[in-house]
Ligand binder design. Structure first.
Ligand code: NDP
Length: 287
């Protein structure tokens, strides 16, 4: 009786176990990474270079992109180039995608990661700033996806959207940023349904990140936030793995983000008060 049972258990395991990540999955793939001149985007570029992918990197600062591209080539990228410009310019997303099309004639993975500058403070009533931030943090993601979709359909590729815990749970001092991140969840979670219903084999991975030790994040919040940031190198690798495995969502760091998302639905007031108590408000200078 044990042998058939063992056989059934093994068959169940092999058919139902989630696929595991293997760097070979990405070798030779054509990948766009936005916001690749610093922080998590830069680290993703380095991991992808080691995996021998073809890279097109973008951000505003040409000098930084040049250095990242050089480093990617040293690390083993199959090819690496950059295109600089601002996602505040509504025509730029299409320019980036055209560059990929003209260079490679196709695309396998689109990693949307850039963000525009926003202050970490009480909401100051600046509606114009929210409009601008929506252009950079949200509308450019939609525009890049729209332009890249024909190539991604063809390659049965992947879209990776980098979001935040502030895009799942309300957080103080980041109202404008949080609004743009919630918008990403609404748009891309809706689009994922449509792809499945329409048999479009393009995966959408929404990455919900907690506090990560990038220079800009540490500079903005370390004097106010009690939490310890997670490492950007590991975070970048987890994002790439989740995209390659066509995961629906990534929660990183898993324990912190997973718990917050769970509490949001079962104990929202408890979660809200824990969030408020994790800030040293006395260190925040009102602007
Ligand atoms: P960084 O500030 O380190 O990097 C932001 C990138 O976006 C840079 O490459 C920057 O380059 C680029 N960028 C800024 N403005 C524009 C613009 N107008 N047009 C085009 N590119 C622009 O950010 P992180 O690495 O910390 O964050 C990366 C992602 O992770 C973001 O989506 C963020 O929301 C998310 N995240 C990060 C967390 C953290 O704690 N670090 C927490 C939760 C989510 P340049 O200035 O040269 O244009």
């Amino acid at each position: 009786i044990f042998i058939p049972l063992l056989g059934a258990a093994l068959a169940f395991y092999f058919y139902s176990a989630p696929p595991s990540f293997n760097e070979e999955m990405l070798r030779g793939k054509r990948v766009i990474v936005t916001g690749a001149s610093s922080g998590i985007g830069e680290q993703m570029a380095y991991h992808l270079a080691r995996m021998e992918t073809h890279l097109l990197l973008t951000a505003r600062t040409e000098a930084k992109l040049q250095k990242v591209v050089e480093q990617c080539l040293e690390l083993g990228a199959a090819s690496a180039r950059y295109i600089s410009g601002s996602m505040e310019d509504p025509s730029f997303p299409e320019v980036v995608v055209r560059e990929a099309e003209n260079t490679w004639g196709g695309l396998d993975m689109l990693i949307l990661n850039h963000i525009g500058h926003s202050t970490f403070n009480y909401f100051d009533g600046n509606v114009g700033h929210i409009r601008k931030l929506l252009e950079t943090n949200f509308l450019s993601y939609v525009a890049m996806t729209t332009s890249a979709l024909p190539m991604l359909r063809e390659s049965e590729g992947s879209i990776v959207v980098v979001s935040s815990l502030a895009g799942k749970v309300g957080s103080p001092f980041a109202a404008s940023y949080s609004a743009t991140k919630f918008a990403l969840d609404g748009f891309f979670s809706s689009l994922r349904h449509e792809f499945i219903m329409d048999k479009v084999n393009v995966s959408i991975t929404l990455c919900i990140l907690g506090y990560i030790n990038t220079e800009s994040a540490v500079r903005a919040v370390s004097h106010v936030l009690r939490d310890k940031p997670a490492p950007k190198e590991e975070c970048a690798l987890e994002i790439i793995k989740a995209g390659a495995l066509r995961q629906r969502e990534l929660h990183y760091p898993p324990w912190v983000v997973g718990t917050a998302v769970l509490l949001r639905d079962i104990a929202p007031e408890f979660l809200d008060s824990s969030i408020r108590s994790s800030y040293r408000v006395e260190n925040l200078k009102r602007t």
